[in-house]
Design a protein around this ligand. Structure first.
Ligand code: FES
Ligand code: MG
Length: 598
């Protein structure tokens, strides 16, 4: 590619501005000190950022430290200059009190880097749950050419000849521990078996979901999301990604060209077909708001609910990441959806082609893992959006409702879509862990468990604590799931049929704040309602009393960021993003270049 192929590089304002020679000298000198030459910095080659999310603190993404070498080779070969820099690390299972706090922080940091430095295009190294949305949100805000590279899942986990999937095995192991089937050491061994290599969760958890959706959105090279981290194909994808971003800069192909409403609706459909995480609506709605596309929680039910489940991955199914890749990954799923007219084929992707051109002819290589559309694993695998006096919006993944659960809750022939029962309310996971096995709570197979104080403000950060196991005495009696409702999130690796992401949360004085243990709650999946069966006067009196006490109580902030985020963060239905004026999420793309710094 010739240098004149890059007409309007923002990096020239730093490195090659003859009208501003004293500042140009200042900008140049420090980037020379590790061996870049004056000639190349002033050659008109594009400067490509490699936004590095891998580190020892974020093992899911750590393999990006290796892949970055191949990304650089691709960038160099296509005529670009690579500058690699760290992104605030996020690790889902290591960060306390929850990695939910860190998505918006990594986002903020990355926006400052992409906007304030001489970067013409960027490779976003995605992986662990929140690293993908954080990177895509930042790229949307700054709107410079950007391409995502997934780090890929770990190899399949195995234990005694059976696949053990990350996260999913934890929920099973907890039940086995509670039932006395394994001891502490057996618990750790069983859980560790699910993580045999570098990479992210090998289940259809939030990481596989969000990387699949990044590809479905068009922000990742076709076929690259599902490649397992250690595979040689992953190295090759890194190289092609590096090459392609340089071409994208030449073409001025920006996130706003790709992240259209059609692309988001495509991703919603794909999310249902893959059995994607309940975190997907939070993150996709957040990305949409940063690029200025209108996307609503209601869109998830309208466009996603009726789509069947095609991908047979844990937690909803049997298989794991290696199988998903071998069976054809995202393109094979998209091709099935295209065959039924469920995908807008004209949506543009990072390779300059449409999703239709990329995926239309992709074949399923193993029908046990990816089902053809006419033989799905289950019908209607998307989310229902429930509303009522408990909350304005919460979601439920009805496809994970198992036979045992259905038989106990949804078997009334007069009313096959509704159930009701007395609630037991927990204020945070500590309360739940301390009391769940206490017989005095009187939890029966007809009880509903409620977790509150777990939202973006209350926790803070919205933790994955809503799915709760029944008391040990019920598990021993064969009851493996009770309905759970909460204002927090649930891990994408859990198959519990919970009612999640309730907004507004208790800490924002949503209806959940007024609920008391012993109240009856009625869930109607036909009408999509969730109601406390408490008279309105009584609820009004409870609200007045709680307000007089200063509102629903939640723990004090422990870090400056916790405190800052609490003052700005919105609720889960609208993406739990930092709220501001109308242009707030897109300021950087509307303001031109930043001022000189000296
Ligand atoms: Fe990082 Fe699952 S914990 S991907
Ligand atoms: Mg998680």
């Amino acid at each position: 590619m010739t240098d004149s192929a890059f007409p309007k590089l923002r990096s020239r304002a730093w490195f090659d501005n003859s009208e501003n020679i004293d500042m140009t000298a200042l900008y140049l000198e420090r980037y020379l000190n590790f061996g870049l030459s004056l000639k190349e910095l002033r050659s008109g080659k594009p400067v490509i950022g490699i936004a590095q999310t891998g580190s020892d603190l974020s093992p899911c993404n750590r393999h990006h430290l290796v892949l970055a070498e191949r990304i650089r080779e691709g960038i160099r070969e296509a005529g670009g200059i690579a500058l690699e820099f760290p992104v605030h690390p996020i690790q889902e299972t290591g960060k306390r009190p929850t990695a939910g706090l860190d998505r918006n922080l990594a986002y903020l940091g990355l926006v400052e880097l992409l906007y304030g430095y001489p970067i013409d295009g960027v490779v976003l190294t995605t992986g662990c749950d929140k690293t993908t949305p954080a990177c895509l949100m930042a790229a949307a805000t700054v709107n410079i050419p950007a391409i995502a590279l997934s780090v890929g899942p770990m190899l399949n986990g195995w234990h005694r000849g059976e696949r053990t999937g990350s996260g999913t095995i934890v929920w099973k192991a907890r039940e086995m521990l509670a039932a006395g089937e394994i001891d502490d050491e057996g618990f750790i061994k069983l859980v560790s078996s699910s993580a045999p290599s570098t990479g992210y969760c090998n289940t259809m958890g939030t990481a596989t979901t969000m990387n699949s959706l990044a590809e479905a959105l068009g922000m990742m090279l076709p076929g690259s999301a599902a490649i397992p981290a250690p595979y040689r194909d992953r190295q090759e994808a890194a190289y092609h990604t590096g090459k392609r971003i340089v071409e994208m800069v030449a073409e001025d192909l920006k996130p706003s060209d790709i992240l259209t409403r059609e692309a988001f609706l495509n991703a919603i459909v794909v999310n249902s077909a893959i059995g994607g995480s309940t975190n997907a609506p939070i993150h996709l709605n957040a990305i949409a708001r940063h690029i200025g596309v209108s996307l609503d929680i209601a869109d998830w039910q309208e466009h996603g609910h009726d789509v069947p489940l095609l991908v047979n991955l844990q937690p909803a199914g049997e298989y794991l990441g290696e199988d998903y890749y071998r069976a054809g990954g995202v393109p094979a799923v998209v091709a099935q959806l295209i065959s039924r007219g469920l995908i807008t084929e004209s949506a543009l992707t990072v390779n300059g082609k449409t999703i239709g051109e990329n995926c239309r002819t992709a074949e399923i290589e193993d029908e046990a893992v990816i089902r053809p559309f006419d033989r799905p694993l289950s019908e209607a695998s998307g989310f229902l959006v429930l509303r009522g006096n408990l909350f304005d919006a919460a979601i439920m993944k009805t496809s994970v409702i198992g036979e045992e659960f259905r038989g106990r809750y949804l078997s009334n022939p007069q009313d096959p879509n509704a159930f009701e029962g007395p609630v037991v309310v927990f204020d945070g996971p500590e309360d739940y862990h301390a009391r769940i096995d206490d017989p005095a709570l009187g939890i029966t197979e007809h009880s509903l468990l409620v977790m509150r104080g777990a939202g973006p403000i209350g926790y803070p950060g919205a933790a994955e604590v809503v799915n709760m196991r029944p008391p040990a005495y019920l598990i021993r009696a064969g009851i493996h799931a009770l309905p759970c409702i909460g204002d927090g999130r649930q891990s994408g690796t859990s198959a519990s049929p919970s009612i999640l992401n309730a907004a507004p949360e208790a800490a924002a004085m949503g209806g959940l704040a007024l609920l008391r243990t012993g109240d009856r709650v009625r869930i109607d999946l036909g009408r999509c309602t969730a109601e406390m069966l408490v008279p309105p006067e009584e609820l009004a009196a409870r609200r007045a009393a709680l307000e007089a006490e200063g509102g629903y109580p939640y723990p004090a902030a422990q870090t400056p960021w916790q405190q800052i985020q609490r003052t700005l963060v919105g609720q889960l239905d609208t993406g739990a993003i930092l709220e501001g004026s109308e242009q707030f999420q897109r300021i950087a793309q509307t303001q031109g270049l930043p001022r000189d710094n000296h």
